[in-house]
Design a binder for this molecule. Structure first.
Ligand SMILES: Cc1cc2nc3c(=O)[nH]c(=O)nc-3n(C[C@H](O)[C@H](O)[C@H](O)COP(=O)(O)O)c2cc1C
Length: 202
């Protein structure tokens, strides 16, 4: 589950309050464009002193929300005994969440949608404060060269994060990439991701 993790350090003997950045990779393709983009943002964040962790959703067992609302009753994170019980504490502990998904049929991937569906946990008064005001970033590569191909994915995150009272602060949309990891050749995109990561750390 854990691809990379860096930890907080000290400055002048005092423990610094470092930003905690969580990168979610919602493409099933390892070393694909989503993986490269999210990793580059985390490189910048880590180099600027943040704590970072990336999560490959495809490595995990994340079941569909079936709307039982057990998560609102306070006893369990969810009635389903799957890897969300490990992810929810990481989400709660994070300052920034990067949601990475390629466009799949004009929407997010199924695994990313499954993951977001489970945010219903945060949609009750007792849990809302655990997500409110966190920064969210979306990172979305896709094959078409027309930017509006990503409109539904962008709208999905804009509305969902707004509903959760999160802040969608940045969008990295990368049209025209399809081969595994070819976004690495787009120096401007790589530099933009790295700079964004550095900004997130402060
Ligand atoms: C099932 C599937 C559906 C896709 N649907 C679209 C689409 O609707 N529009 C588009 O521009 N690209 C589409 N693509 C292409 C991917 O968005 C593109 O290859 C992206 O770079 C993959 O990112 P990854 O390397 O992180 O997996 C699709 C790819 C797959 C496998």
């Amino acid at each position: 589950m854990l691809i990379h993790k860096s930890s907080a350090g000290t400055l002048g003997g005092q423990v610094e309050m470092m930003k905690n950045i969580l990168g979610i990779i919602g493409s099933p393709r390892k070393n694909g464009n989503t993986h490269v983009i999210v990793s580059r943002i985390l490189d910048g964040a880590r180099d600027a002193g943040a704590t970072s962790e990336s999560i490959f959703l495809g490595d995990l067992n994340i079941l569909e929300c079936d709307g039982c609302h057990a998560c609102w009753k306070g006893k369990h994170v969810c009635s389903k005994n799957d890897d969300m019980k490990h992810l929810v504490p990481k989400i709660v502990a994070s300052d920034v969440i990067i949601f990475g998904t390629p466009v799949y049929w004009f929407g997010p991937t199924a695994i990313m949608k499954c993951f977001i569906d489970r945010f219903v946990f945060f949609n009750c008064p007792a849990n809302r404060k655990k997500i409110r005001n966190k920064a969210g970033i979306i990172a979305v590569p896709f094959e078409d060269r027309t930017p509006d191909t990503a409109d539904l994915v962008v709208g999905f995150f804009e509305k969902s994060l707004d509903y959760l009272e999160m802040r969608l602060t940045d969008k990295i949309l990368v049209p025209g990439v399809t081969k595994r990891g070819e976004v690495r050749n787009r120096k401007q995109v790589m530099d933009k991701c790295y700079r964004l990561g550095k900004r997130l750390a402060v």
